[in-house]
Design a binder for this molecule. Structure first.
Ligand code: QAP
Ligand code: CO
Length: 169
């Protein structure tokens, strides 16, 4: 199964809002399989469909050490978030080489469909909670660098555009 191309910031397609999935059919299952393969290949802990230019509400995550605990969230809805906040460094497969601090809810409860189309509710804290919030932002067209100051964001934009230009030769 193919490894998919990941859009790079500041690609405007990263700002598109994803539509809900209507049925978890073979097309969505194939999308999930490709996204997992792409995430593992890129050594990421999370990937949203938006990042591969598919604008449907699908997320894959694996925060396990052994990289053997895939989590699939389709049509995720935030049911609850703690008022307690935590600030930690984040990165993103769409913003390679850049890590900076973002404040997030410390714990969350999210309901979603899993890869078989069954509804489930997950409660998360720590890295998983941060990762779910980061990936849900992608589905709303938001990249983590938008939480940084305009100065930092512009520096990141310039740096990545230069890298992308050089990579194209
Ligand atoms: C989102 O990000 C996340 O710059 C997932 O060169 C990250 O998987 C949530 C990656 C941190 C919470 C904390 C980034 C790989 C992977 C890079 C990722 C890179 C190679 C980022
Ligand atoms: Co990301």
């Amino acid at each position: 199964m193919p490894i998919l191309d990941i859009l790079r910031f500041p690609d405007p397609r990263l700002n598109k809002v994803a539509r809900p999935v209507t049925v978890v059919d073979s097309r969505i299952k194939a999308l999930v399989a490709d996204m997992l393969e792409t995430m593992y290949d890129a050594e990421g802990i999370g990937l949203a469909a938006t990042q591969i230019d598919v604008h449907e509400r699908v997320i894959v995550i694996d925060v396990s050490e052994e990289r053997d605990r895939p989590l699939v969230l389709i049509n995720p809805e935030l049911e609850w978030s703690s008022s307690e906040r935590v600030k930690g460094d984040e990165g993103c497969l769409s913003v390679p080489g850049i890590y900076d601090g973002v404040e997030r809810a410390a714990s969350i409860r999210v309901s979603a469909l899993d890869g078989d189309g069954h509804t489930r509710t997950i409660e998360a804290e720590g890295l998983l909670a941060v990762c779910v919030q980061h990936e849900m932002d992608h589905l709303m067209g938001k990249v983590f660098v938008e939480y940084l100051s305009p100065l930092k964001r512009n520096r990141i934009k310039t740096k990545l555009l230069k890298q992308q230009k050089e990579a194209r030769g």
